[in-house]
Design a protein. Structure first.
Length: 405
């Protein structure tokens, strides 16, 4: 099969004391169910009630049938078609998923991304993971607010907004992710905006430098302060970590990435899925470094099944047992299915295409860590927020082994 329409031959991705609580919660099959809450969010300067009950579990107020989302039931069952020893083979047995809340909101301009970890938990994530056979460690959310912002003016002068908060927070996350991987667990990071990937990838690369990355996103997120049009750091995580991308000066808070031996990602170790909104400077970087990038054009042309086959073939060509990391930005999905996100772009992944990406990685057996980012319930009405959280929940469970058969 011919190579996809990409920009080059190869198209590329402090610790425990600072966690808000020192207690960890463990869940196993048959564990206690989670209490559902109602939270209130400030949207468009008005108070609006937002229910964290998953949309698929809401009842028709008229008590009738119909085909609305509220009448859809999502079964969370593991596959019986695959040898358990060959799924998630990089995770130590008994297989433990460490759920890490990273409620970062300073990498982009909208309040609300910090609600993602809490809403996913309240919607039943931990119990669902347990039902898939995972031993679940619920790590308390990282307390980014305790870090303080410091001198913000300097961050703006070098076009990296809130860099101290982002830099210190991601350094904390990197240490925690590295610790969990070294213990043999599967880190599942709940964002937060996509700037958290600076920390998650740094921790992963320190623990397992050979890791390959599947980056599912409408955007390339490989900007630098010098090339960014907005200065928002959720568009820069790959720019700070990619070999071959020149950073003339690291912003305040990210000095730890300028140290000798700091983790770096080889351009040959990442594949983009779902690109459709790429800045001019990012296009140049992708072309120059020969990063594998499958845009929505490629998905339309080849189909999502072939795209995932080609992506995995590239990442696993030299080492079929290479560990993989999934970085899933919910804005990769078309806003018809995931409207509650800050940088929605029309023409994204369909509901089934979005699931197929996660399912293909789970079936491959090499997935060793994952994150989901950019869920923001304040940027849609109640139904849109419900649907986006519900979709995020389903994508995570698909990546962690949920199967139709």
């Amino acid at each position: 099969m011919a190579a996809p329409q990409h920009y080059g031959r190869r198209v590329m991705s402090m610790a425990s004391s600072m966690i808000s609580s020192s207690s960890h919660r463990y869940y196993s099959c048959g564990g206690r169910s989670l209490q559902r809450h109602h939270v209130v969010v400030l949207r468009h300067h008005q108070r609006a009630s937002y229910s964290s009950t998953p949309a698929s579990q809401k009842k028709d107020p008229e008590g009738g049938g119909g085909i609305g989302l509220g009448n859809v039931h999502d079964r969370v069952l593991p596959s019986y078609l695959h040898d358990a020893d060959q799924t998630f083979r990089h995770t130590k047995s008994p297989k433990t998923v460490s759920v890490i809340g990273a409620p970062m909101t300073y990498g982009q301009p909208f309040v609300g991304t910090d609600a993602g970890p809490r809403l996913l938990r309240e919607a039943g994530l931990l119990k669902m993971l347990s039902s898939l056979g995972w031993r679940v460690e619920d790590v308390p959310d990282l307390d980014f607010e305790s870090l303080g912002g410091g001198n913000k003016e300097q961050s703006y002068l070098i076009n990296a907004k809130h860099s101290r908060m982002v830099g210190r927070g991601t350094e904390m996350l990197a240490a925690l992710v590295e610790e969990k991987l070294q213990s043999g667990a599967f880190p599942l990071i709940l964002g937060g905006d996509h700037s958290i990937a600076i920390g998650s990838l740094a921790g992963i690369l320190r623990a397992r430098p050979q890791t390959g990355v599947v980056w599912v996103d409408a955007h390339a997120d490989i900007n630098t302060p010098a090339g960014s049009e907005s200065g928002n750091m959720h568009g820069m995580p790959l720019g700070f970590l990619m070999e071959g991308v020149e950073i003339s000066e690291y912003p305040p808070g990210l000095e730890w990435l300028a140290q000798e031996g700091a983790p770096r990602l080889n351009p040959d170790s990442i594949v983009y899925i779902g690109l459709r909104d790429v800045d001019p400077e990012e296009r140049k970087i992708i072309r120059d470094l020969g990063i594998y990038a499958y845009s929505m054009y490629d998905i339309d042309h080849y189909g999502i099944g072939k795209v995932m086959d080609m992506a995995l073939a590239h990442l696993l060509e030299k080492d079929p047992n290479r560990p993989l990391h999934l970085s899933y930005d919910i804005d990769a999905v078309d806003p018809a299915h995931a409207p509650a996100t800050g940088t929605a772009v029309r023409g994204g992944l369909t509901f089934r295409e979005a699931h197929y990406v996660a399912e293909a990685l789970a079936r491959n057996g090499n997935l060793a860590s994952a994150e989901i980012v950019e869920l923001n319930p304040t940027l849609s009405d109640e139904d849109g927020a419900d649907n986006t959280i519900e979709l995020g929940l389903q994508l995570l469970t698909s990546a962690l082994g949920k199967s139709i058969i």
